[in-house]
Design a protein around this ligand. Structure first.
Ligand code: API
Length: 326
C-alpha cells in the first residue's frame, strides 16, 4: 500500500497534506501523532520536514467537501490553521472540481474559495476564519482571573508590552511593537515560556504574535507558534492580528488589510456580523504545492524516509519571484 503526501505552504508555513481517503484504513490517533512528529523533523524528517501535517478525510456533514485536522510538528492537534486551510481548499477544489465550498474543521464548517491570483503562477485561495472568541475559557487562559484580555500588561511577561488575547478559534496572544522589538529576542523569550507546558497563564500553550503597524491597513506580523516555534507565517495569527488592529489601532472593517510576514504577504478582511461584535475574518493568500512524495504506508509508519524523494513542481520558483518583488 503506497501513500502520497503533498508538500504545500502558505507564506512558507509548510505542511504535508495527508489525504487519508487514499488509505484502506484510517490512521489511529497515535499513528497520526507519531507520523507527524517524524515527518515534520527538519533534520531526519521527510524531505526536509515541515511545520505540521494536515490530515484530510471525508466529512459526514452534507455538502461539505472534506474534513481537515491540523497536527503541529510536536504532535499536538490544533482547532484551525489559516495557511493550511488554503492549501487544503486548493487540494479538495482541484480534486472535486469546485471553486467555492466548505471544509469541516474542529469547531466549524468554513467557507473557502479559489481567489484571483496574487501574482502570475501563484495559486491563491480565500478562507473564512471563524469562530472568534475573547473568552478566557475558550482561550484556556488564566491571567489575573480576567474573563477577557484587551490591551493589558502582564507584568510577569513584560514591563512594557500590552497584550490582547483572542481565539480564532485556536488561541492567540497579540502585542503591538516597534520594529526593533519585532525583530528582537522578546517574542521568543515570552512565547517559549508560555508554551513550556508549566506556566500558569496558558497551560495548553498559545500562539504569540508581535505586530508592527506599517501604515493604514498595513501591518507586519511575526509569530511563535504553539506546537512548532517560530514559523514563516501563521494564518490564524495574521487574521487575529488584523482583527485586533481594527479594534485597537484604527484599521478598517471590510477593507483589505495587507499583512506582511517573514514568508511573504497575505490579505485579510475583518467583518462584524450585523455589527454585533460577532467578528469573522477572511484570509487570502497563496496555496503553493511544492511537490509530492510517495512511499509505502509501512515506511511512513516506520519513519523510513532515507530513500524518499520530493517530486517537485515548478511553483516554488514562481513563489520566490513573487516574494522577491514585494
Ligand atoms: N500552531 C497552531 C496551529 C497552526 C496555525 C498556523 N500554522 C496557521 O496558519 O494558522 C496552534 O497550535 O494553534
Amino acid at each position: 500500500m503506497n501513500v502520497t503526501l503533498t508538500k504545500v505552504h502558505g507564506s512558507e508555513n509548510d505542511f504535508f497534506i495527508l489525504d487519508q481517503t487514499q488509505l484502506d484504513r484510517q490512521l489511529t490517533e497515535n499513528e497520526l501523532k507519531q507520523v507527524t512528529q517524524n515527518v515534520a523533523k527538519r533534520s531526519g524528517g521527510l524531505v526536509g520536514g515541515a511545520d505540521g501535517v494536515l490530515s484530510v478525510t471525508q466529512s459526514e456533514h452534507p455538502g461539505v467537501a472534506g474534513k481537515m485536522r491540523v497536527i503541529n510538528a510536536d504532535g499536538s492537534e490544533a482547532s484551525m490553521c489559516g495557511n493550511g486551510i488554503r492549501t487544503v481548499a486548493r487540494y479538495l477544489g482541484e480534486k472535486q472540481q469546485q471553486e467555492t465550498f466548505k471544509i469541516e474543521t474542529m469547531y466549524a464548517d468554513l467557507m473557502v474559495k479559489h481567489a484571483p491570483s496574487l501574482a502570475p503562477g501563484i495559486a491563491t485561495y480565500q478562507a473564512e476564519i471563524s469562530p472568534v472568541s475573547f473568552a478566557a475559557a475558550d482561550l484556556k487562559m488564566h491571567v489575573a482571573d480576567l474573563s477577557e484580555l484587551h490591551h493589558k500588561k502582564i507584568p510577569a511577561l513584560s514591563q512594557q508590552l500590552y497584550f490582547t488575547a483572542v481565539a480564532v478559534p485556536n488561541p492567540h496572544l497579540i502585542g503591538f511593537v516597534d520594529h526593533t522589538t519585532l525583530l528582537g529576542p522578546e517574542l521568543g523569550r515570552i512565547a517559549s515560556y508560555l508554551n513550556d507546558g508549566a506556566n500558569p497563564y496558558f497551560p495548553d500553550g498559545v500562539n504569540v504574535s508581535f505586530v508592527e503597524v506599517l501604515g493604514q491597513n498595513h501591518i507586519f506580523v511575526r509569530t511563535y507558534e504553539r506546537g512548532v516555534g517560530f514559523t514563516n507565517a501563521c494564518g490564524t495569527g495574521m487574521s487575529a492580528a488584523s482583527l485586533i488592529t481594527v479594534l485597537e489601532q484604527g484599521a478598517d472593517f471590510e477593507s483589505p488589510i495587507t499583512v506582511r510576514n517573514p514568508g511573504g504577504v497575505v490579505k485579510t478582511l475583518v467583518h462584524d456580523r450585523s455589527a454585533a461584535q460577532n467578528y469573522w475574518m477572511e484570509l487570502i493568500g497563496n496555496a503553493t504545492f511544492t511537490g509530492v512524495v510517495t512511499l509505502s504506508l509501512a515506511d511512513l509508519l516506520a519513519a523510513n524516509f532515507a530513500d524518499v524523494e520530493l517530486q517537485k513542481t515548478d511553483e516554488q520558483t514562481a513563489y520566490q519571484n513573487f516574494v522577491a518583488n514585494l
